[in-house]
Ligand binder design. Structure first.
Ligand code: C5P
Length: 229
């Protein structure tokens, strides 16, 4: 007799929320602690916008962008290696600028682009588990995630954090410009017709404005623990 084992799919911890709420930091640390894989879905949109620019494709050319989205040759470093390659070039810093973020937000509003990147994101789901960081991980990409977290922080707090990061890197910016950029991006991400930024009905909301990284991490890991133990 052939026994068919019922195999549960690899568990997913979905972490969504607006830019600057601490998703990247918390997701990376959670993946490290759990020893799970990590998906930085925002990086995919950023890389696509960059690839489009390099090929001279307009940010509004939905069909050309979705066409290259499914063929992009992307490589992510593993573990603590945060480097990213597009074809043979390392593009880690190039996709982290404010302009790259704004371009990513523009291409992310195109339905065909989101559809083209869907399977690509789901392919990151492997044993022993996946921490997925983005805007629609819990609402669209991994609706069966075992834990869904929606991290928020006030726009002012997110602008302050970003300001400190950029100043520490020696990049000269104005706090008021960063705040305006954050508000514009929030607005576009929350009001777009497809996969707008919003918490899943079953997501746990965490406002990180006055929490330390460690407090947020412990809270998130505690939620995973409840589901896996
Ligand atoms: O998270 P990050 O700032 O890298 O994302 C860049 C942009 O990509 C976001 O402003 C958002 O417009 C888009 N994005 C998205 N869906 C995701 C991840 C990112 O629409 N899952």
């Amino acid at each position: 007799m052939i026994e068919i084992a019922s195999r549960a799919p690899p568990p997913v911890l979905a972490i969504d929320g607006p830019g600057g709420a601490g998703k990247g930091t918390i997701s990376r640390l959670a993946a490290e602690r759990l020893n799970w894989h990590y998906l930085d879905s925002g990086a995919l949109y950023r890389i696509l916008a960059l690839a489009g620019k390099l090929k001279g494709i307009a940010l509004s050319d939905e069909s050309a962008l979705s066409d290259i989205a499914s063929k992009l040759d992307i490589r992510f470093g593993t573990g603590s290696d945060e480097r990213i390659w597009l074809e043979s070039s390392e593009i880690t810093d190039q996709i982290r600028t404010e302009q790259a973020g704004a371009a990513a937000s523009a291409v992310a509003a195109l339905p065909a682009v989101r559809a083209a990147l869907l399977e690509r994101q789901r392919a990151f789901r492997r044993m022993p588990g996946l921490v997925a960081d983005g805007r629609d991980m819990g609402t669209v990409v991994f609706t069966d995630a075992i834990v869904k977290v929606f991290l928020t922080a006030s726009a002012q707090e997110r602008a302050d954090r970003r300001y400190k990061q950029l100043i520490a890197k020696g990049i000269d910016v104005k706090l008021c410009d960063l705040l305006a950029d954050i508000q514009t991006r929030d607005d576009r991400d929350s009001n777009r017709a497809i996969a707008p930024l919003r918490p899943a009905a079953d997501a746990v909301l965490i406002d990180t404005s006055s929490m330390s990284i460690d407090e947020v991490l412990q809270k998130v890991l505690g939620l995973v623990d409840l589901q896996t133990s």
